[in-house]
Ligand binder design. Structure first.
Ligand code: B3K
Ligand code: ZN
Length: 881
């Protein structure tokens, strides 16, 4: 007997609720095992709701202790309460006050949804449906209420008591060792934005004055002893607040903004109104334990959660199908913020890399869904790369299609018209239609259709007519859950590059719409002809990755080499280098599989040498361009019958060839590029470290006498985590003699820092050798392994499953088995962590027949489990379908 699949929730079935909840008063007596929650709700029937219409509230693992209606205890015949539902059969009026008392146990809450404890601190996570684990409620985003929260706890163990909004009262509870605090949030909000925190935490204070002169108190709360790790997060917060005023005209709206860092958290962070709760990984940093990437991530996540204050909190979603309304838009905003803080092209490359490595495979596999899904079984499984990253791309395209001015006019209208509402994608798009006086009905298909469009391109130059013709067509490859698809609106930023590398000015053209440097493909097939083009240009298309599509352009190696050195669009220069490398890696992989002699292309080796020493490219960009496509990227490009071992060998072969050819040139970059002096996480210095470590990555396999010694020295003498981890990864992944000594040294140095130790687990889990499997099993029994800590689980198991393709997809099936076992174990404790790990099987059908059969066996084993959570059941069913 397998567990039941949860019923499907469909967008088309949306009905507004029969009742509103206008006010919520919560009185919470905190206790680790028996917390008493008294919720007093002001319930009002919607217009048209008849007296006597049942009120049905959501619950999840709740125990009702008291129920009163207008102050009078309700007789049992008038209601029905189960763990997941409370029905008031016949409310006597359409407006009444309901008092609900529940008792909950934070210490046994291993799902980390609702109220739980992380290292003794009480904290909450309510999005998407966690509030119903605290009290019975209309737990849906279109029920907006004003919350007042009174918290009471032992003063000694919980000196800090926090909730949403502003603090309005605090004091001792007379004749007890308890104290209390009352918080009031004047902004109506859905229950998913509710939060509380109580514990013995250190407070790092600061302040911010808004553009209109309002003083805001800022605090970051962390475990005692970690105060000195909060500087970068606070700095990022203040920069985010200023930037949102300057770029979007949006100001903060409460007297206080609190951030709390906790170590046990299911995802990155949560934007609860006025009280953001963070996975400490996105708050804590110093050069000793955090890499440059960590610093960049902290800056982005702090900004993301802060930006949600407007895009998500002030304007929220009508239902969970509209999740991209807040997530896509907020990711777009945080990407823009980071681009302004750092190098725009480098940030764009990093974002596109992420999109291609996470979202493209999702869109090409069994878990594909539209940016706005139409059906779900478990909403937690829809916090995906498609909703977030593709959702951000759609907003970016909107900006490209409309132009900056109209885009901002549309957004301003959205903020004016919908402030205080729970709304939809339709309402969002309508604002842009109005502001730009345009029709976006075809553009809206980006929200409706799953799958990555493939844009095919052919060009033709006619020297006699002096014309240059670009023929374009688009198609979405078949998606299991989608019968047909229509042509999308695809903005293609482009340039026509003349022989000397300059863009050719084009004036007259016929065919598709062109505005500035963007041509719009909005039909299945289109042709554009440019006139007065005397010599054949090279077409640089999809500059800046102006649309989330795959380009089928068949550029010759000659054209790619030209673009790699001449394109004035930095993104496409990077892309050309990557395409050259990718073509060669695919070719090498095929030859290796056929057992044939294979040597990397001299052209590719040559281009890597030119990029390395091209002074016109900044260091970070060079580091990006010199990074070979990952094993997973290559697998995706190959698409079917994938053999990860052959891919690993091909990649290794190309890396060694580049290394052999350029070792002499690499060495000065290894040594001289490394910035000396005091560590700074700024983009320029981080870029130099990235280039130095990229050069080291090649030099390490140069087989020169000093190569391993140089890696060891970098490891041993590093004064920052970026360099130390880069060298440790080489020592372990390239199986160097000193790897065990290095791992031990690292452990001794960082044993007390859980975030640094996550990197230690991850480095070992992603090592390509056959011994890794046993190593991962051993590490699961290491005293530092903790299956209850999502970061630790992700650092060992998720990294193994997603970052170690050859070992996860071993031909003895043991890699899949290990992950399947772990999923089944974790599922009992924390379904969200388990189902996320389970998504690592999503590309199983693309593997060669032997491997895909083994993956299917592991998936069927999971599927046959009798007590699978709704989360994992949903993923396993869809993955197998
Ligand atoms: N909104 C949260 C994610 C909640 C995930 C719930 N399973 C973080 C963010 O996107 O900012
Ligand atoms: Zn978000």
């Amino acid at each position: 007997m397998r567990s039941e699949t949860a019923p499907a929730i469909r967008l088309e079935d949306y009905q507004p609720p029969a009742y509103r909840i206008e006010k919520v008063h919560l009185d919470i007596l905190l206790d680790p095992t028996a917390t008493k929650v008294t919720a007093t709700l002001t319930v009002v029937g919607q217009d048209g709701t008849e007296t006597g219409t049942p009120l049905v509230l959501d619950g999840d693992e709740l125990k009702l202790t008291v129920l009163r209606l207008n102050g009078i205890e309700l007789p049992e015949s008038e209601f029905e309460a189960t763990a997941d539902r409370l029905e008031i059969r016949k409310p006597p009026a359409t407006s009444f006050e309901l008092t609900i008392e529940t008792e909950i146990n934070p210490d046994t809450n291993t799902k980390l949804m609702g109220l739980y404890r992380s290292s003794e601190t009480f904290c909450t996570q309510c999005e998407a449906e966690g509030f119903r684990r605290i009290t019975y409620f209309l737990d849906r985003p279109d029920v907006l209420a004003i919350y007042t929260t009174r918290l009471e706890a032992l003063r000694a163990s919980c000196p800090v008591l926090l909730a949403n909004g502003n603090l309005i009262e605090a004091g001792d509870v007379s004749e007890t060792d308890r104290h209390y605090a009352v918080w009031h949030d004047p902004h109506p909000k859905p229950a998913y934005l509710f939060a509380l925190v109580a514990g013995n935490l250190a407070q790092v204070p600061d302040e911010f004055v808004t553009s209109s002169g309002k003083q805001v108190e800022l605090n970051i709360f962390v475990e005692h002893g970690k105060e000195n790790l909060c500087g970068w997060a606070m700095d990022s917060l203040k920069r985010s607040m200023r930037w949102d005023e300057e770029v979007f005209g949006l100001e903060y709206d409460l007297d206080v903004f609190n951030i709390v860092a906790v170590s046990d958290f299911n995802m990155g962070a949560m934007e609860n109104k006025g009280l953001n709760i963070f996975n400490d990984k996105y708050v804590l940093a110093d050069p000793e334990t955090a890499t440059d990437q960590d610093y960049a991530n902290i800056e982005a996540v702090i900004a993301h959660e802060y930006f949600h204050n407007w895009t998500g909190n002030r304007i929220t979603c009508r239902d969970w199908f509209q999740l991209c309304l807040k997530e896509g838009l907020t990711v777009f905003r945080d990407q823009e913020f980071s681009s302004d803080m750092r190098s725009r092209p480098v940030k764009r490359i990093a974002d596109v890399r992420l999109l291609k490595s996470h979202q493209f495979p999702e869109d090409a596999g069994p878990l594909a869904h539209p940016v706005r899904p139409r059906v779900y079984h478990e909403i937690n499984n829809f916090y995906t790369a498609t909703v977030y990253e593709k959702g951000a791309e759609v907003v970016r395209m909107l900006k490209t299609v409309l132009g900056d001015e109209k885009f901002h006019a549309g957004l301003d209208l959205y903020f004016r018209q919908h402030d205080g509402e729970a709304t939809t994608i339709e309402a969002f798009l309508k604002c842009f239609e109005e502001a730009a006086a345009t029709d976006l009905s075809q553009f809206a298909l980006w929200y409706e259709q799953a799958g990555t469009p493939v844009v095919s391109v052919k060009t033709r130059h006619d020297p006699v007519q002096q014309t240059f013709t670009v023929s374009l067509s688009q198609e979405i490859p078949p998606v299991p859950s989608q019968k047909t698809s229509k042509p999308a609106v695809i903005p293609l930023r482009f340039g026509l590059i003349g022989p000397n590398g300059d863009d050719i000015a084009y004036e007259a053209h016929t065919g598709a719409k062109i505005s500035g440097d963007v041509m719009l493909l909005d039909k299945a097939r289109q042709e554009v002809t440019f006139n007065n083009i005397s010599t054949a240009p090279v077409l640089s298309l999809l500059r800046g990755f102006s649309a989330p599509v795959r380009l089928d352009q068949h550029l010759s190696a000659e054209d790619l080499l030209f673009l790699a050195s001449k394109d004035n669009d930095p993104f496409n220069r990077w892309q050309a280098v990557q395409s050259l490398a990718m073509q060669d890696l695919v070719r090498l992989t095929a030859l290796i599989r056929q057992g044939e002699q294979s040597t990397p292309s001299d052209d590719v080796i040559g281009v890597f040498g030119s990029v390395l020493s091209d002074p016109s490219l900044d260091a970070a960009l060079r580091a990006q361009a010199l990074t070979l496509p990952s094993e997973a990227d290559i697998a995706q490009e190959i698409g079917k019958n994938v053999d990860p071992d052959a891919i690993l060998m091909a990649r290794r072969m190309l890396r060694e060839a580049i290394s052999r050819s350029h070792a002499t040139a690499m060495l000065p970059f290894v040594t001289e590029m490394a910035p000396g002096g005091t560590y700074s996480p700024d983009a320029e210095t981080a870029g130099r470290r990235a280039l130095s470590n990229r050069a080291l990555h090649y030099y390490a396999v140069s087989a020169r006498d000093d190569s391993t010694q140089i890696v060891w020295e970098r490891f041993a003498s590093a004064d920052n985590m970026t360099d130390r981890l880069a060298a440790l990864t080489l020592l372990v992944h390239d199986d160097m003699e000193q790897k065990d000594a290095a791992l031990e040294m690292y452990r001794n140095r960082h044993e007390k820092s859980s975030l640094a130790m996550d990197k230690w687990f991850m480095t070992q889990a992603t090592a390509p050798g056959a011994r890794t499997l046993q190593r991962v099993r051993d590490l699961m029994n290491d005293p530092l392994y903790d299956a209850g800590n999502p970061n630790r689980v992700r650092s060992l198991l998720q990294s193994f499953a997603t970052g170690n393709p050859t070992q996860f997809a071993r031909t003895d099936g043991q890699g899949f088995e290990l992950v399947a076992e772990a999923v089944l174990q974790l599922d009992k404790r924390n379904p969200q962590v388990a189902s996320r790990l389970l998504t690592s099987f999503r590309s199983w059908r693309a593997l060669d027949p032997q491997r895909s059969a083994l993956a299917e066996t592991a998936l069927l084993r999971i599927s046959s489990c009798e007590e699978l959570s709704r989360d994992s059941r949903d993923i396993v069913d869809r993955t197998l379908q």
